[in-house]
Design a protein around this ligand. Structure first.
Ligand code: FE2
Length: 449
């Protein structure tokens, strides 16, 4: 940590601005109250959970033993697992819990999969809520494939199931996303999408969520947007679990990290319902009050979730590919002849960024187009919506939600004793690691892993 002197502060700020192509220091890649899946700190936190939970639950468990074990392959290199494979086991002998790094294929419950896929489960809070486990597995398989997970066995005892469920959620609200952006993007099949986003100013991830989840979000929007509000509503993050879960979608967040850097803030989250007729939003960029020429890095980006199939007739967003390279707004309708409609199936998301030119198309078919628009800004910028921090909302989500709400950076956190140097250093390391990994994504042969 830096000293609180003026000189120390200056050095900290200057270092924070520096672009570091080298592998960064990693001691604060994760905040002290967060953990990376299967790191030593994750296992310590797991042991602490059972130390505290068992005295209250031992009697109810009735001396009946249970065990579970997991093994994950293709973990990111910075975790330094032998062969990049990590395993762990939990065994309750009827009295106490023992946790180890060995894999026990004979455990009552066993899961094998790749590490990045495991993170989709490990960051899901709510496995004891009705429908929770089904939603967790369904969306994880949607992203990683129906055969990505090899679970077997189950816990026969209700009390054991409840304790393990509480444990899962305890860890999930502390478990961070994989900070190795290159590894994460590669394991999700998004490396090409990131390159396309940088080339064209936008990219589409097809079917990032299931049809069932798209229907659930669509119904929630229809239930939340009241007629007196017209056809759109902001602050949708605060309208319930489906909006938290879709905004946290790991594939969309990977594009956001790649475009806007870690610590990007949720600037607004609007739902829009529109019927047939001419588009209501002319060609523009989303860079309100940003002076021209725009910077050569992205300041802002918007995801639009398609909750029905998007065709040209359904009134999709139109985008002028590559127009972000102009680094200015279009003049007098300029660009209209170069736009393309964003066509994508239900459950897909388009992410457009860096001042790319776009507009809302005409809808020539009947019915309504219902969309959700999570809009992010680089973490150094202000937002459109005031944030509504809620301790309960943080407790039912992984740390990624707090990060987009500004919980993990040092802005707006001055205390009587000075700046939040822990968060300053944490975000500085995350930025350095992410910048280094972006260089690998752009030129994998030139920047060694
Ligand atoms: Fe826009």
């Amino acid at each position: 940590m830096k000293s609180a002197t003026a000189e120390g502060e200056r050095a900290g700020v200057e270092d924070a601005m520096a672009d570091r192509p080298q592998a960064p220091a990693m001691d604060l890649i994760t905040l002290p109250h967060h953990v990376e899946l299967l790191s030593d700190r994750w296992l310590d936190e797991a042991a602490k959970f059972f130390r505290e939970a068992l005295p209250m639950r031992r009697q109810a468990l009735g001396g009946r033993p249970f065990s579970l074990s997991e093994r994950f392959t293709d973990a990111p290199a910075h975790l330094k697992f032998p062969g990049d494979a990590a395993a762990w086991s939990l065994r309750f002998d009827g009295q106490d819990v023992a946790i180890s790094r060995t894999f026990d294929p004979a455990a009552d419950v066993v899961l094998e999969c790749e590490y990045q896929a495991a993170l989709a489960l490990a960051q899901f809070v709510g496995v004891l809520v009705p429908g929770g486990p089904e939603a967790m597995w369904r969306e994880a398989r949607q992203m990683f494939g129906a055969d990505a997970f090899r679970p077997r066995g189950q816990l026969a005892d209700d009390q054991a199931r409840t304790l393990v469920g509480l444990f899962h959620d305890h860890m999930a609200r502390r478990t961070v996303e994989n900070p190795d952006l290159e590894h994460r993007a590669r394991r999700m099949g998004l490396t090409g999408k990131i390159r396309e986003m940088e080339e064209q100013g936008f990219t589409v991830i097809e079917r990032a969520i299931s049809d069932e989840f798209a229907d659930e979000v669509r119904a929630a929007i229809k239930g939340a947007v009241q007629p007196q509000q017209g056809v759109s509503m902001n602050w949708m993050l605060y309208q319930g679990r489906p909006f938290e879960r879709i905004t946290l979608n790991p594939m969309a967040m990977t594009l956001i990290d790649a475009s806007l850097g870690r610590g990007a803030q949720l600037a607004s989250n609007a739902a829009i319902i529109r019927g047939p007729g001419a588009g209501l939003i002319d060609i523009h960029t989303d860079y309100t009050d940003v002076p021209e020429p725009y910077p050569d890095f992205a300041m802002s980006g918007v995801s639009v979730w398609a909750l029905e199939d998007w065709t040209e007739a359904s009134g999709p967003t139109w985008i002028v590919p590559g127009s972000h390279r102009m680094r200015r707004a279009p003049r007098n309708g300029e660009g209209l002849d170069a736009g393309v409609p964003v066509e994508m199936p239900k459950g897909s998301v388009v992410f457009f960024t860096q001042g790319v030119w776009h507009w809302q198309g005409h809808r020539t078919e009947p019915g309504e187009r219902v969309t959700l628009h999570p809009h992010f800004n680089r973490g150094i910028l202000r937002s459109v919506e005031q944030k509504r921090p809620d301790v309960q909302m943080f407790a039912r989500n992984p740390p990624r939600l707090g990060e987009m709400m500004g919980e993990d950076d040092w802005f707006d956190k001055m205390t009587p004793t000075g700046r939040d140097y822990v968060r300053l250093e944490h975000m500085r390391q995350l930025h350095a690691f992410t910048n280094w990994k972006m260089k690998q994504i752009r030129a994998p042969l030139e920047v060694a892993a």
